[in-house]
Design a protein around this ligand. Structure first.
Ligand code: PLP
Length: 283
């Protein structure tokens, strides 16, 4: 299997990463997950922009340009045989020994790695929806950075898994923020509500896509905080992410939501999303 390591594509078994790498020592790094359909990346520009923006937020210098990165990830996709799937890329602040919390000098070179995984769209879940639980958002206050230290998210998803659910919907006090690995939105009386971007959530790329769909379909979108009580009273609820796309929620704790019908807002967003995939990636 070929992977990205530094600025090269190499066999995975050639990769050696020093244990003083700050990604390993401190979780000091940022990442992106970009989906591809029909061997073409979806929303590549937006993901690369967010990757660079996450790096800037932690004052990490990028050792390559956006166009060099695009070329590298395109080359890696060409090496793979997968039709649909994801690329995972991450940049750590590099190998700086001795171990020290402070940012190292600028001549420590950040380390890029990347790998491709084949994956089919989960059409069954996209139809039937997923079960979720409500969990207190115990993460830090810079959730806008797509960083590799995911312990908070992992612990929260584990809580959901212990209750046989797929995803945790998070709240700070009674304000719903996002999910452990996706954004969340609710539909009420023909409008969509979702938490505004800022330090409490990741600015999702899939959210950009479904918001564009909502605009095309003349569905009002309100980016304002809403409460867990409002969420449980919603007509429909969905999560969104690169891997989940527009994913209906069929249960939150004990509250069961009816399967969205064919003309429901979730179904309209899902078919618009699929059209956008076809526009960018072909069918
Ligand atoms: N929020 C969190 C915490 C995530 O981990 C993700 C994706 O992994 C998202 C939101 C959705 O982001 P995107 O739509 O860019 O995949």
């Amino acid at each position: 299997m070929k992977v990205i390591w530094g600025n090269e594509i190499v066999d995975r078994n050639k990769v050696t990463i020093d244990f003083e790498d700050r990604g390993y020592q401190f979780g000091d790094g940022v990442y992106e997950v970009i989906s591809f359909y029909n061997r073409t990346y979806f929303c590549m520009e937006e993901h690369i922009d967010r990757f660079f923006s996450s790096a800037k937020k932690i004052e990490m210098r990028m050792p390559l340009s956006k166009s060099e990165l695009k070329e590298l990830i395109t080359d890696l996709l060409n090496e793979s045989e997968a039709t649909d799937g994801y690329i995972y890329i991450q940049m750590t602040r590099g190998n700086a020994s001795p171990r020290d919390h402070s940012y190292p000098s600028q001549d420590v070179v950040p380390l890029l790695t990347g790998s491709i995984a084949a994956a089919e769209r989960d059409t069954d879940k996209l139809k039937k929806g997923i079960k979720t639980t409500l969990e207190e958002d115990i993460r830090w206050l810079r959730c806008d950075i797509k960083m590799i230290s995911l312990l908070g998210n992992i612990m929260l998803k584990h809580e959901a898994h212990k209750k046989n659910a797929d995803e945790a919907i998070l709240h700070r006090g009674n304000i719903v923020t996002e999910c452990s690995s996706s954004n969340v939105a609710m539909v009420k009386d023909g409008a969509i509500y979702t938490h505004p971007d800022g330090n409490l959530i990741l600015p999702g790329i899939t959210k950009i896509v479904w918001k564009a769909c909502a605009e095309q379909l003349n569905i009002p979108v309100y980016e304002r905080p809403f409460t867990t009580e409002e969420l449980l009273e919603a007509d429909e609820v969905f999560c969104s992410s690169t891997t989940k796309e527009v994913m209906p929620v069929n249960q939150i704790d004990d509250k069961v939501f009816e399967l969205p019908e064919s003309g429901s807002l979730i179904r309209l967003l899902q078919s618009c999303y699929e059209k956008k995939v076809v526009e960018q990636c072909g069918d």
